[in-house]
Write a new protein. Structure first.
Length: 98
């Protein structure tokens, strides 16, 4: 299935991410690439996806993550109608935890 954002420069970015070998390398790369606020928003969205899948209500998600209900709704739409990216990575994180 073709992706909506497919682009040569984005492919290169994603390939660069795939070269990272551990969490420390991720910190180094993402701190150079993004602002701390951007990194924190990505992390909060992932946490929101996890909480939505665990059937938390928006008000709880908002109070725990600081995300707006509009952003939480966006994450929820991605979970329902997106490419299953959140589900895939959260499932893999759960598998790796065991």
């Amino acid at each position: 299935m073709p992706h909506k954002i497919n682009d040569e420069s984005i492919d290169k970015l994603f390939k660069a991410v795939l070269t990272l070998k551990n969490v420390d390398e991720c910190y180094d790369f993402f701190e150079d690439l993004c602002t701390m606020d951007e990194i924190q928003v990505f992390a909060k969205r992932l946490r929101a996806a996890e909480m939505i899948m665990d059937e938390h209500v928006y008000s709880d998600i908002s109070s725990q993550t600081g995300l707006s209900t509009a952003t939480i709704s966006r994450v929820n739409r991605a979970l329902k109608y997106g490419n299953d990216g959140y589900k895939m990575v959260l499932s893999r994180l759960e598998e790796n935890k065991e």
